[in-house]
Design a protein around this ligand. Structure first.
Ligand code: PLP
Length: 404
């Protein structure tokens, strides 16, 4: 078990802040707390520090520092990318293309745009959660300004064919934004190769604190200022910079990119072990999301005859922290829009569990989790009248496919 008192398998919701990250941040609270806009030394030192952080972050992405804009979170980056680009190009048109499986940060921003006269195409996905590039191309219209397609899904882990979609977008002269909040540090991302025009990221998904993110904007993309005020962030996102958090985010990214080649294969190995054991040893269970085009640390299962909230609570009693969908949606009883979008019926979508790993996860954690799952799912099924009917041969399992 990892060194916490519990097994944390909810790394898509947030990650543990690394001690090295806290150590990097501390001086900017205690001694180097100047305002980067001030002309005296502690101000100029803070300015130099964030400029170095910007360089390092840009380097990890394969771009130049001037294309990186610090924000308060992934949600803010998404809002900026969509709202201000649609506004900047309003003379070209009012159409934007996205998918039915975006995070609420994109979904609700699209609704906001619709309320203000924009037209949004929500591309459907297949049973694995993948967008069809031909359908994407067919959806592009003369008045399409941009597309925003999630790099890797936060619930089911499906990784979209971003390079191909981006090429199609550019062939038709439209701007391509991707929400890479889950992909950052989990997949190799180089914007000099994957020619996305804008990319959103969030520090707390890769061991920096909550409340800091960034937006990459390719040179030449005309997006409006998101926050008006002072000269910070090249006048595009005003407000005194959050120096300690920016420093923490850069440090976290340095660490996660330095250990990428050992961390990611290890996570894939444990993820696959988890998937193989659950699908191999349990009945009436399916893996949601693509088997191959999948985030290294994501698993998402549906267990028939089981209710997700009860499953979560009983897993917590076993000391395992997990999620029944995206953290933002888990407070509500509506089934996840992502699981519905891949074609799951409501009752199956309700019985879903997301387990997301990190470099802290061990083989023992995974084996203990599988044993706990078997016990908990067994207990819950014994309490289920539907399962009783099914065992008695009075009901079938229509709508549910055991996906091995
Ligand atoms: N986009 C995706 C894909 C996410 O998973 C999340 C967070 O769960 C966000 C955006 C929002 O990021 P933040 O929590 O930094 O606002």
């Amino acid at each position: 078990m990892s060194d916490t008192a519990f097994i944390y398998l909810d790394n898509a919701a947030t990650t543990r802040v690394l001690p090295e990250v806290v150590a990097e941040m501390e001086p900017y609270f205690l001694t180097g707390w100047g305002n980067p806009s001030s002309l005296y030394k502690i101000g100029q030192d803070a300015k130099a520090a964030i400029s170095d952080a910007r360089e390092r972050i840009a380097g990890h992405l394969g771009t130049e520092a001037k294309n990186i804009y610090f924000t308060g979170c992934g949600t803010e980056s998404d809002n900026w990318a969509l709202k201000e680009t649609m506004f900047a190009y309003r003379d070209k048109g009012k159409h934007i293309i996205t998918t039915t499986t975006e995070h609420h940060a994109i979904m609700n921003t699209c609704k906001w745009l619709e309320q203000r006269g924009c037209e949004v195409t929500y591309l459907p996905v297949d049973g694995d959660g993948l967008v069809d590039p031909a359908a994407f191309e067919a959806a592009i219209r003369p008045d399409t300004v941009m597309a925003s397609i999630i790099y890797a899904n936060n619930e089911i882990g499906t990784v979209q064919p971003i390079d191909q979609l981006c090429q199609i977008a550019h062939q038709h002269g439209i701007i391509f934004h991707t929400d890479a909040v889950q992909a950052m540090t989990n997949l190799p991302i180089d914007v000099s190769k994957t020619e996305v025009d804008m990319l959103s990221a969030s520090g707390h998904k890769f061991h920096a604190p909550k409340g800091v993110g960034f937006l990459y904007i390719r040179k030449g993309v005309k997006t409006k200022n998101f926050i008006d005020g002072g000269d910070q962030e090249r006048k595009r996102r005003a407000g005194t910079e959050n120096v300690p958090y920016i420093m923490g985010m850069a440090k976290a990214l340095d660490i996660q990119m330095a250990n990428f080649d050992t961390r990611v294969p290890q996570e894939i190995k444990l993820r696959d072990h988890l998937i193989e054991r659950v699908l191999g040893e349990m009945e009436h269970v399916r893996l949601n999301g693509s088997r191959d085009q999948r985030l290294p640390n994501n698993t998402n299962f549906s267990f028939q005859f089981v209710e997700g909230e009860s499953l979560l609570m009983m897993m917590e009693q076993k000391g395992i922290m997990a999620s029944s969908g995206s953290a933002c949606a888990s407070g509500s009883l509506d089934p996840s829009h992502v699981l519905l979008a891949i074609g799951l019926p409501h009752e199956i979508a309700h019985g879903s569990l997301r387990l997301t790993l990190s470099e802290d996860t061990t083989l023992e954690d995974i084996d203990y989790t599988v044993e706990s799952l078997k016990e908990v799912v067994g207990t819950l099924r014994k309490m289920s009248p539907l399962y009783e009917d099914f065992v008695a041969g009075k009901a079938d399992i229509a709508g549910f496919v055991d996906k091995k």
